[in-house]
Design a protein around this ligand. Sequence first.
Ligand SMILES: [Zn+2]
Length: 481
Amino acid sequence: MVSSRPARSVTILALVLLCIAPLLNAQPQQPAPGPVDLPKLSDEATTWLRDLIRINTTNPPGNELIAARYLSDILTREQIPNEVFETAPGRGLLIARLNAGPISDPTRALLLMGHLDVVGAQKSAWSVDPFGAVIRDGYLYGRGAIDDKGMTIANVAVMVELKRAHVRLSRDVVLLAEGDEEQGGDLGMDVAIHKYWDRIAAHYALNESGRVMMHGGKVQYVGIQASEKVPVDVDVVAKGTSGHASIPLRDNAVLHLAAAIETIGAYEAPVQLNSVTRAYFEGLAQVEDDDVAKWMRVLDTPDRGEHAARVLSDENTVWNSMLRDSVVPTMLQAGIRPNVIPPEASATLNIRLLPGNQLEPLLAALASAIHDPRITFEKQPSIGEPAPSSPVDGGFFAYLQAQARQEFGVSVVVPLMSTGGTDAAVLRTRNVEAYGLLPFPLNEDDIARMHGNDERIPVASFRQGVDFLYRVVSGFATQPQ
Ligand SMILES: [Zn+2]
């Protein structure tokens, strides 16, 4: 069968070529995308969240390093590259990443953020152990259940599923679990930005804040945080004559300070709207009761705007703060003995400026209202970043809006300006499009427990938040280039 030889050789050669052809053409060993199992992921994420709550990261002292290592173990088991950095003894942060290709491209990357530390809990005021991660009546109780361990674990879960399902990414997805958020971020976000920017650099970011607002058992609207007020601390100082307390003095610093504080308490900065708050009130007018909604609709009109702002400010303390710069006295210092008139008395004012506003005009307005030469202001070292708003027209924001509408079946998805600060501000100063998307459906009562007693998250909401975040991130991170 000599004649058949060449034919057989050709056949074998063809078979060999057929077998190796896919290898020659293919990308270097990228496994085919596999099935996504979100129910299983939510089960695991609930366990991880309970474990993380049980690691007490009350700040101070923080102790985030143990929490960072706990997350690192999960990620390492899933073969997700990650690094833990110790920012001070016992303090730390974690960075993990899934790259779309061999070279990372920060101009397209998406950063997922969550913080590891929590505020303190007054154990006696809780009905359960704040660090016990008890599940009762469908709620998972624990300090940090919402703020922000829930979000941190949801981010971890998203990374895990992207990896398990071999999702073909078109942009890098980076995870940052930072510490020290509740105490200003010197040992957390500041270190991440100044020391590890090359590892976390991204053009898009998702962080805490924002809300999926439940009312009457269903989602009423979704708010995506796009901006935040800028915190500044200022001391107001009164100076007078010191003396024996048996002889009253008219220039007693305590009296002058008290009068100044009273004036500050009555002072209201002018109402100002910006692109975020304008869109927020316009959107909210569609879901609020008409007696409130009618004022939201005329808030931006010259003739009825002022009265509308008055009504809305009286109706809701958060709306009041969203409409203007706010000045809140928080600490008083005066005197050393009951029988000595002190030469000086002072108070700390926690001021929250609307983005873009300057401190000086506000202090000038306060000084003229107080009208007392014995009173001066002393600005304290800066505590917040004067960050611009992230865009709220098109792009990533529009994508998030569309995803939220689809997931929760609501038409109203509004941008939010938070009155409190978050770690997103410093990213916005670096031109990152950062948004607050707390993905868990929560009602007013749930939200009020953050930083309060009996903080808890509905287990069903946590699970839905994990699913939703996975869909948001996987959709965005696989968009064609
Ligand atoms: Zn937080």
